[in-house]
Ligand binder design. Sequence first.
Ligand code: PLP
Length: 244
Amino acid sequence: MIHAPDRIAAAWRAVESRVEAACRAAGRSPSEVTILAAVKTRTSAEVLAALTAGCRVIGQNRAQELAALSPVLAEQWAGPLETHFIGGLQTNKVNQALRWADAVQSVDREDLAQRLAVASQRRIDDGGSRLGVFVQVNASGESTKGGVPPEEALAFARRVASLDSLDLRGFMTIGANSTDAAVVAESLAVLPRLREELVGGRGGAAVEGAVELSMGMTGDLEAAIAAGSTMVRIGSAIFGPRPA
Ligand SMILES: *Cc1c(COP(=O)(O)O)cnc(C)c1O
């Protein structure tokens, strides 16, 4: 069932409760975990309902949807809001994305990082903010998923961290698409290891500040929080199933 705007507030609170319970079970504080609302295919009314309910971070998958929704939200929402880009980003869409995105979570190749660095520097020169970035890791190795292979992720993150106009915040992944809890947990264990190596200074200087782990979706948010997620990206549990 598609959630009507007046149902979204209740769904948002239910997700908050799930996050709180998962944090309790893991011995963590709920303040360590941000809920990002994944808003692909959703209308501005639906997104506004989530913002009104308390959502402060949204994630967009497509540059075109980002460009269509953002001006509407800018007009209708005066409260705090951070917009992240979480989908595959073509280099020719970088400038469009940078008009609206505070952070890009899907950085998974050198040419994209370079383009983002140039566009972010231009934005800074124009008085705007430094772009936040996450290195996307293909932790499960599934061929349908974006991201750098885990064994290349540390070196790649170091190169991204060396680009001054980018603010490396951490890593992002999509957990394994499996009904086997052990397989999912194995994929979710990759990011905490990478963060420890990067922040701990393995293979180079310690990279401070790259502490965010964006992982966990509607189906695996509890497992992701148990593994150390600091940002879960939730779509269907807030807005209902996506239209086919
Ligand atoms: C759609 C999407 C989500 C949210 O998925 P749900 O299963 O609907 O919670 C999270 N991350 C990314 C990258 C997505 O594209």
